[in-house]
Design a protein around this ligand. Structure first.
Ligand SMILES: [Zn+2]
Ligand SMILES: [Zn+2]
Length: 256
């Protein structure tokens, strides 16, 4: 039996900076390894200031919004010019176009070499890219297997949720309900679920009200709500049957 920790570096929605970016760090102290799930515009400088960013070996992108990828340009510069290190970067193949061409290329492609001549760089000059297919797994020694699951966030936009090992589900940003079982059919131990605190005519995040109505009670009890916004203090998720709101910096420990 091995253990790992899952730490929320932030838990705010994409337009609520006070609670940080909803990004998580998986770590195994015994195996000296880690995986950062998304790196938003607040997360990268925060990790750099604590000198932890240089120690991150693996990162994963769930989808392209600034609260999930806004830190990769800054981190990329540090990798190339300061750390001299290329962390593994995992992403679904469908996300590549928005990640590189739509976001990072503008800052990272055009550079100058030591002789002062122009040079064109690619994503692999900053990170070791690992494009993945749906249902493909990420295997990192010392951490549970991560399985990618396509999900609906914004129509026509590639986005993925994750199974972390057999028993943990991490929704990232989505309008979908969480599954009741893990990838091998076992009941889940914990669900980390995106939620918004209002219902609108066109939702890109699932609302706390719909989750409260449609999730079975036994699943609700193990569901931690994340990626929430302003006005959260008006809600009491435990009274609604949920495990609660994730807090910024909250750490969970799991066995696998
Ligand atoms: Zn987000
Ligand atoms: Zn998003």
């Amino acid at each position: 039996m091995q253990t790992f920790t899952l730490t929320f570096l932030g838990c705010g929605s994409g337009i609520y900076s006070e609670l940080g970016n909803n990004n998580v760090l998986l770590e195994s102290a015994a195996a000296h390894t880690n995986l950062l799930i998304d790196c938003g515009f607040i997360t990268a400088p925060e990790l750099e200031q604590t000198e932890y960013l240089a120690k991150i070996q693996n990162a994963l992108v769930t989808h392209v919004h600034a609260d999930h990828v806004g830190g990769f340009e800054y981190w990329g510069y540090l990798n190339r010019y300061v750390y001299h290190h290329r962390p593994n970067l995992y992403f679904h193949g469908d996300v590549f176009d928005e990640l590189w061409h739509g976001t990072l290329r503008g800052g990272l492609q055009r550079s100058q070499n030591d002789e002062g001549n122009p040079e064109e760089l690619s994503l692999s000059d900053y990170y070791e890219p690992h494009p993945l297919k749906t249902d493909e797994t990420i295997l990192i020694a010392g951490l549970p297997e991560i399985r990618l699951r396509q999900t609906l966030h914004v129509k026509k936009k590639p986005a993925i949720s994750l199974f972390i090992g057999e028993l943990i589900y991490y929704s990232s940003d989505t309008v979908e309900l969480p599954p009741e079982r893990g990838p091998t059919g076992r009941p889940l131990e914990a669900v980390f679920q995106d939620c918004q605190l209002f219902e609108g005519p066109s939702n890109v995040h699932i609302s706390i009200f719909r989750l409260a109505r449609e999730i079975p009670p036994q699943l609700k009890k193990i569901t931690y709500l994340m990626h929430y916004g302003r006005g959260y203090d008006r809600f009491n998720p435990e009274e609604m049957g949920f495990a609660g709101f994730v807090k910024p910096g909250q750490l969970f420990e799991f066995r696998f």
